[in-house]
Design a protein. Structure first.
Length: 447
């Protein structure tokens, strides 16, 4: 179970009034492409770190967080956290409640794009003051319509003003469905800088449907189709392959990007060097893996997670080579075996953090850290958490090896009645996880 399973298990801050949340197992898709500084969403917790249990987020999280595009200051929570330093950052709180701060995570300004009754189908943060949105009409799933009108919106002043771009027509596929956004955001919109971005419109696990990729080079004002892989028939030369599960699209810079997933029993790892117009298979050091997540934290440093062993691959040369890192049983500096951490959050090519368990019995949750790219790991000194800090299912966001945040959610089982309390909790550390402070954010409206 990974965070995109949660995304599809939750139903909706966006459904029309009176529609109950639904759970659609057939729509499960393990993919995530976070913006530049977003946490690395991966299925490592479930796939290769068996002792770490990924706890899904209850539906109540989103139902308390700005339902149906309204602005409810008192009921908001900080979700999908993206900090660009100690003071500046973005977050999302359900519906159209986009959050911005210039004073740290303790206070947020609600800066919703003026989309009216439309729904957000793509949201990306492209810098400390830049955000990009794609909105679609509320009746986007009208069976009589063969395509939908997407309207771009952009801000470069922290949400004080939003600029409407040129609407364009697109056939929304399963992974662009605006109804089930999770607390971890929308992984289908990817920007490498405020000007260059891509919208990945893929059917996910559904077969026989086309895949589209759209690109913008002017900050989202205009979009054009650069790739269309048909669901059946024959793909044109330079297109992505037919019949594959395309889990994620991520770019390292304005021209070079990858689509990752699986093709039957083969690994899907195709690369483009012209912004998405032409694609070709690239060698990857796992021939029979399902790749779930692909992220770049800088133009040169990136990570891929997937099934199989070791489940994590790193690059420090912009994707020219990928090296396997086995974090299932990380070695500690003293040479002893550690307890496998959960999904790692890479701060740079050498430093990463992950929530796991202490080596001492009885075990407690603690933050594990690495300074050598994941080869060896150490527990945060005196960092054992005994019910007063992040839990194993928390999502991490760090800006330095010492300073970061963890978003903790209530536990609930997919397919069962979700928990309704406690609400999401935000924790902060300034000493690499040795101590954690609970943050109770306040919110103000920009309107």
């Amino acid at each position: 179970m990974d965070d995109d399973d949660i995304r599809h298990a939750l139903h909706t801050t966006y459904t029309t009034a009176g529609t109950k949340p639904t759970f659609v197992p057939e729509a499960f898709k393990e993919h995530a492409a976070r913006p530049r500084r977003g946490p690395m969403v991966t299925s490592l917790v479930a796939v290769v770190a068996a002792v770490v249990v990924a706890v899904p987020i209850g539906v109540g999280v989103l139902l308390r967080s700005g339902v149906h595009g309204t602005t409810s200051v008192s009921n908001l929570s900080v979700l999908d956290l993206h900090m660009y330093g100690a003071k500046d950052g973005w977050a999302w709180s359900g519906g159209d409640n986009v959050l911005h701060t210039t004073s740290g995570v303790g206070h947020w300004t609600i800066v919703p794009p003026p989309i009216g009754t439309e729904l957000i189908t793509g949201l990306a943060f492209a810098g400390p003051d830049s955000a990009r949105v794609l909105a679609v009409p509320a009746d986007w799933d009208n069976p009589l319509s063969r395509s939908d009108t997407l309207t771009p919106w952009a801000t470069d002043d922290g949400g004080a003003t939003w600029t409407r771009g040129q609407p364009f027509r697109a056939l929304l596929e399963g992974n662009a469905d605006p109804r089930p956004p999770s607390a971890l955001g929308y992984p289908d919109l990817d920007f490498v800088d405020p000007m260059h971005g891509w919208f990945f419109d893929s059917p996910g696990l559904l077969t026989g449907l086309p895949t589209f990729i759209y690109r913008t080079v002017d900050g989202g004002a205009h979009w054009s189709q650069v790739e269309m892989t048909p669901g059946t028939g024959t793909a044109a030369k330079g297109s992505l392959p037919l019949g594959c599960i395309m889990n994620v699209l991520t770019f390292a810079n304005s021209t070079t990007g990858w689509v990752a997933g699986s093709c039957g029993h083969a690994t899907l790892f195709d690369v483009t060097h012209d912004g998405g117009f032409t694609w070709a298979p690239e060698a990857f050091p796992c021939t029979n893996c399902v790749l779930f997540s692909l992220q770049f934290i800088s133009p040169g440093d990136g990570q891929v997670s997937g099934s199989g062993i070791p489940g994590l691959w790193l690059t420090t040369d912009a994707g020219r080579t990928w090296n396997a890192v086995d974090i299932r049983r990380p070695s500690s500096p003293d040479g002893t075996s550690g307890v496998p951490p959960g999904a790692p959050y890479f701060i740079d090519s050498k430093h990463a953090v992950a929530l796991g368990l202490t080596r001492l019995v009885p075990t407690s949750v603690t933050l594990w850290t690495t300074t050598d790219g994941g080869m060896t790991w150490a527990e945060a000194p005196d960092g054992a958490i005994h019910g007063n800090g992040p839990s194993l299912n928390s999502s991490l966001d760090f800006v330095t090896p010492e300073m970061g945040w963890a978003e903790s959610y209530c536990a609930g089982a997919v397919g069962q009645t979700p928990c309704l309390s406690p609400p999401p909790t935000l924790w902060q550390t300034t000493d690499a996880g040795s101590t954690w402070t609970k943050i109770t954010p306040t919110f103000s409206s920009s309107k």
